[in-house]
Design a protein around this ligand. Structure first.
Ligand code: UDX
Length: 446
């Protein structure tokens, strides 16, 4: 249930291994698209896999949930849990799914397992999903009904690979039989031996949040070090990160400094965990700091552009990269979009380019100019900001910038360029690198 990125990838991968999968979503367009063998989202490898399994008849999609539930043995719930204003999560789709499953199960005989893969705060599976399903089905956990919480760790752009090769499978079981059923399912699914942990549902729910909060912490940590490096001539965060990353206790991943983290998961999950802790009378100071550092990170780039240009009104700013990370067309909570919005507010003349995300960006920031190549985007610009580290931008030379721009100020927000080479030709500043006096004084000025 739920044909978002997670639901689509799980359905297609499960179907590719010989399972008969029925995908359910209330969005009739989405259902129609999948049945026509077209992936509704951009995710490497998904289109081919989906087309193959639909053609073979292993995956079909419906809008009526009951059909999907009655015709299957296991229901994976992967509906969205969007942020509320409070920072908490909105469980309306989870509740609706539970109700639909419960109603359908009234009509079904035999054992049925409900698996929650949606990201939900600790207690949701046992205290919300289970009672709703039980009430509407008239059945109880045990002989005919099972529940598991099974968090996923899929990265956008690598989701198909991550379904087939997870670092870990976490099974949060409401009773032993539920866990046995899901473990058996995964044993037949994986070709290799995957580490598996069986825990209670609340633990599984927290594992997902702790995982994402730790990744976010690593990024805000390295960005903090980057900001300190920005004040120290001749100290580069890339070198510092490489050194600390080689300590096996720290590890090399998620230590790339930049304009901050975005996407549909990290910011939302961090807010939800902070909110959850607050509800339990705990301040979670570290997590709040992680969030604050992230909020500040894109703003620092904005301030840098403003101070270097002596104001932004009327200045032409070329923004290279709009997606929250390379390899995706997703702009949700993208630091680049936040930067663009702030630049527009300051009445800068913003021109943007992204190899994949311009269509999505146009919907939320329609008033800026979009160009169809990075070089065109640079024409007559007073400042260029690299906000997403697309490979395409790595091919640009200092001359590509200097020959096109009105004033060659380049802010490397993702550490894409060789600073020594670029500084020779351009007014070049980069996150985590102290370039000149104005950079060092930025925080005093603020
Ligand atoms: C994340 C989790 O990695 C995944 O396990 C979970 O299931 C969903 O959320 P995703 O949102 O696809 O996946 O993006 P991810 O690759 O984790 O990157 C998140 C953000 O962090 C991006 O904006 C990226 O640019 C930023 N990032 C990542 C950094 O700024 N520095 C890094 O070193 C790594």
């Amino acid at each position: 249930m739920g044909l978002g990125r997670v639901g689509l990838c799980l359905s297609s991968c499960f179907a590719s291994k010989g399972h008969e999968v029925i995908g359910a979503d209330s969005d009739a367009n989405k259902v129609e698209m999948v049945n026509q063998r077209k992936s509704p989202i951009f995710e490497p490898g998904l289109q081919d896999l989906l087309a193959r399994v639909v053609r073979r008849g292993s995956l079909r999609c419906v809008t009526q949930t009951e059909k999907a539930v009655i015709g299957s043995d296991i229901t994976f719930v992967s509906v969205g849990t969007p942020s509320l204003r409070s920072g908490g999560i909105d469980l309306k789709f989870v509740r609706a799914a539970a109700k639909d499953i419960g109603r359908a199960l009234r009509e079904k005989s035999g054992y049925h397992l409900v698996v929650i893969t949606s990201t939900v705060t600790p207690g949701t599976t046992e205290s919300i999903v289970q009672p709703i399903v039980e009430e509407h089905s008239g059945k109880r956990l045990g002989e005919h009904l099972g529940f598991c919480m099974n968090p996923e760790f899929l990265r956008e752009g690598n989701a198909i690979h991550d379904v087939f090769h997870p670092h870990l499978v976490v099974i949060g079981e409401c009773d032993r039989r539920s866990g046995d059923q899901l473990e058996r399912f995964y044993q037949t699914f994986f070709d290799e031996k995957i580490p598996l942990m069986r825990v209670n549902p609340k633990t599984a729910e927290l594992i997902k949040y702790a995982n994402n909060a730790f990744l976010a912490t690593k990024i805000s940590f390295v960005n903090t070090i980057a900001n300190i490096c920005g004040k120290l001539p001749d100290v580069d965060v890339v070198t510092v990160a490489k050194a600390i990353g080689s300590d096996p206790r720290i590890g090399p991943h998620f230590l790339k400094a930049g304009v901050g983290f975005g996407g549909s998961c990290l910011p939302k999950d961090l807010r939800a965990l902070i909110n959850f802790a607050r509800k339990h009378c705990y301040g979670a100071a570290l997590l709040k700091a992680v969030s604050e550092v992230n909020e500040d990170q894109w703003r620092r780039v904005y301030e840098l552009a403003r101070s270097k240009l002596g104001g932004l009104k009327g200045k032409r700013i070329a923004v290279l990269g709009l997606a929250f990370k390379p390899g995706t067309d997703d702009v949700r909570e993208s630091p680049s979009i936040r930067l663009v919005r702030e630049l527009v507010k300051a009445r800068a003349d913003v021109v943007a380019y992204d190899p994949a995300a311009m269509c999505n960006a146009r919907r939320i920031v329609p008033r800026i100019r979009y160009e169809d190549s990075p070089r065109k985007c640079l024409e007559k610009a007073d400042c260029a900001i690299v906000a997403t580290e697309w490979e395409e931008f790595m091919g640009l030379t200092p001359e590509d910038f200097s020959s096109r721009m009105r004033y060659p100020l380049v802010i490397d927000g993702r550490r894409v360029y060789d600073s020594r080479e670029y500084s020779k030709v351009l007014d070049f500043v980069a996150v985590g690198l102290c370039s000149d006096e104005s950079n060092c004084k930025l925080d005093v000025l603020r």
